[in-house]
Design a protein around this ligand. Structure first.
Ligand code: LLP
Length: 404
């Protein structure tokens, strides 16, 4: 992290308090440009997977760069519309949702991918050939950073298992459906190019069965490095492999297919910093605990996925390293990092958790009746508050007191 960014983070903490999420617009733009460069040889579209971070200023920023928005709930879809995205730039990839929601997404004019045979039948009955539709398939490929974020394997709830493709085709024929897109999302944090290509091949084999097909949607899941020694998905290599694969398939079928992507982490993970302040240093026989003024209610990834987040001590970046276990203030086991070497930490120090842009604020809660953090966007060197910290009012406004 460069000195200027460090000073901006310190300034953000001073101005808006902690715990605080801060996002750097420049990094988001850089990530988007990497996608554009890597996929330049393809006919492609990017739909940012907004589930990673839905703040409307982030949606507007990403949309202004040229991306569409991918949604996983009807409210995400409405949020994308609210942020100024037109329906033709919105993709709704369903997962176990009610048919009412699918109907609403159609009424709002979004692209829709359907993930169950029962909803596909209902779709056929209601819309017949009047509305083009995509199919979310389960390719039966095990991939992703850990089992919780692997979605394409043969025991996963996601998508229509590819072995049920005959049933999809039957339903399509029965209702004269226009199936224009085949979709997979194999998992999150997929590093290997081969996995994407393997998924692609699964879809390519199905092409002859779908005469209206125009789009192959590969979902998201590009890996970003979380640990210092880690590497992300080699995007240029992936781009090259995809260009080759699509050239072949376009020639075979005499048709030009589009490829769609739904990156979440790749767009926003590295742009985000989660700032906390050290409440307590607790020396014990075996461990020195650093207790910060936040917990898994604000950043759940370490506890939920055993995820690693880099930590920078902004108050003492060049101090001598010591081993610490960094813990939260939630009243149960709440560990951010175990035995982590950090420049000497003192009470009152400001710690920044790295890679906090994706699934950080978005998965936060009010557990232990604590306020959700504020969010700040660094845009053209200026700090902008893009979400206020919760207040006492926010905590109690939905509650109804019935006991006198
Ligand atoms: N498309 C679909 C259909 C998805 O289900 C997902 C993520 C994405 C795109 C974006 O995947 P990404 O590019 O962000 O890997 N909360 C977890 C990640 C769960 C991802 C769920 N689906 C985490 O914090 O690691």
């Amino acid at each position: 992290m460069n000195e200027y960014l460090k000073s901006q983070l310190v300034q953000a903490a001073q101005e808006f308090g902690t715990p605080l999420y801060v996002y750097n617009a420049r990094t988001i733009e850089e990530q988007y440009n990497k996608l554009k460069e890597s996929f330049a040889g393809l006919r492609y579209r990017i739909f940012y997977a907004s589930k990673a971070l839905t703040n409307i200023s982030i949606l507007r920023l990403i949309h202004s760069l040229g991306a569409g928005i991918d949604c996983s709930s009807i409210n995400e879809l409405k949020m994308a519309l609210h942020a100024g995205c037109s329906p033709s730039n919105i993709l709704y990839t369903s997962n176990g949702i009610s048919f009412d929601e699918i109907s609403e997404a159609v009424a709002l004019g979004a692209h829709v991918n359907i993930d169950s045979l029962s909803n596909l039948k209902k779709f056929g009955e209601k819309f017949k050939s009047n509305y083009p539709v995509g199919i979310r398939l389960r390719p039966n490929i095990l991939a992703g950073g850990n089992l919780k974020i692997s979605t394409g394997h043969d025991k996963s709830k996601f998508g229509i298992p590819v072995e049920q493709i005959n049933e999809v085709v039957q339903i399509a024929k029965m209702y004269d459906l226009q199936i224009t897109c085949l979709h997979i999302h194999t998992g999150s944090e997929i590093k290997d190019v081969e996995i994407f290509i393997k998924g692609l091949q699964v879809l390519f084999e199905l092409i002859p069965q779908f005469p209206n097909l125009q789009v192959i949607d590969l979902g998201g899941g590009f890996k970003v490095p979380y640990k210092p020694e880690e590497e992300g998905t080699p995007m240029h290599e992936l781009g090259k492999a995809l260009v080759k694969a699509f050239q072949e398939v376009d020639t075979t079928y005499g048709k030009q297919f589009e490829v769609w992507f739904e990156p979440g982490k790749f767009m926003v993970s590295e742009a985000g910093y989660f700032l906390t302040e050290v409440n307590v240093i607790k020396e014990t026989k075996h461990v020195t605990f650093v207790g910060v003024n936040s917990g898994f209610n604000h950043l759940i990834r370490p506890m939920f996925y055993d995820a690693y987040h880099g930590i920078v001590n902004l108050s003492n970046p060049n101090g001598d390293p010591h081993k610490y276990t960094v813990v939260g203030n939630i009243c149960e086991t709440d560990t951010f990092a175990t035995d982590r070497a950090l420049p000497e930490v003192k009470e009152g120090d400001l710690l920044a958790f790295l890679n906090a842009g994706a699934y950080g604020f978005e998965m936060s809660s009010n557990f232990n009746s604590r306020y959700k953090p504020a969010e700040v966007l660094i845009l053209k060197d200026q700090l902008h508050l893009i979400r206020k910290r919760d207040t006492w009012e926010d905590l109690i406004k939905q509650q109804i007191q019935v006991i006198e």
